[in-house]
Design a protein around this ligand. Structure first.
Ligand SMILES: [Fe+2]
Ligand SMILES: [Fe+2]
Length: 242
């Protein structure tokens, strides 16, 4: 099977197919990543914000809905999905490291470069290897059913990095609800916090407080259950979580 980037929509199962939905998100991410290299300071934060809103719900829904389907249908699904989960985990870890690194810190540039590279590799691995393999074993109706399930989870998934929770069920499924509520509430608070009005300061403080609640929730043992040990680099634990 050729890369899903090179196929016509009908070959991929039509508009609702998970392959078409994936292909819609990936180039959008590519365009925002190009903007990242050209920005600094507050403008860079705004671009990073945009990338987070695209990447984290997208990847969370892959881990919850798509990769379990790949493991069920393909004999080498385990190895294929571990590789993608490692990439997702590295993105989460790099993001958490970036949040701890000031704008004038010289290490920031290499973290950003690595982040862009891992995201590009992730898209390539999915479009060229993993998704064509899934396409080979599913008919169009199954691709559409998977597409609807993936979209549903994507729209209700956490929007921020959570490097400590498992990249697989049951941990990620248990984490979904509390972390989604906290992340999306923080997105609103941060929006108000960027303004000039009276609510800006309290909004930023409330967002920080919810961030530490999310950090404590992530550490709960059931939310870390499900993935294989090779998924993480060890950096998360070494640096004391998010
Ligand atoms: Fe993807
Ligand atoms: Fe991905």
């Amino acid at each position: 099977m050729p890369s899903i980037a090179e196929q016509r929509r009908e070959q991929l199962g039509g508009a609702a197919s998970v392959l078409v939905r994936q292909r819609r998100d990936h180039p959008q991410l590519g365009r925002v990543l190009e903007r990242l290299a050209a920005t600094e300071g507050g403008a860079q934060d705004a671009v990073l914000n945009r990338i987070a809103r695209l990447v984290f719900p997208h990847a969370f829904a892959e881990e919850a809905v798509l990769w379990p389907a790949v493991r069920k249908r393909l004999p080498d699904g385990e190895a294929l999905t571990v590789r993608i989960e490692q990439e997702h985990q590295e993105v989460n870890e790099l993001w958490a490291a970036l949040e701890r690194t000031a704008h004038d810190d010289p290490r920031r540039r290499s973290l950003l470069d690595r982040l862009v590279r891992v995201l590009q590799e992730d898209v390539r691995d999915e479009e060229v290897v993993l998704l064509p393999r899934l396409q080979a074993v599913l008919d169009a109706a199954a691709l559409r059913r998977l597409g609807v399930a993936w979209e549903l989870v994507r729209r209700t998934a956490p929007t921020r990095p959570h490097p400590v929770v498992a990249r697989r069920p049951p941990g990620n499924a248990l984490a979904a609800l509390p972390l989604t509520v906290l992340d999306r509430t923080r997105d609103h608070l941060d929006g108000w916090g960027r303004g000039e009005g009276r609510v800006a300061g309290p909004s930023r403080a409330a967002s920080r407080a919810l961030g530490s609640v999310a950090g404590r929730i992530e550490q709960l043992p059931p939310l870390r259950r499900g993935e294989t040990a090779s998924t993480r680099s060890g950096r998360t634990e070494a640096e004391g979580g998010s």
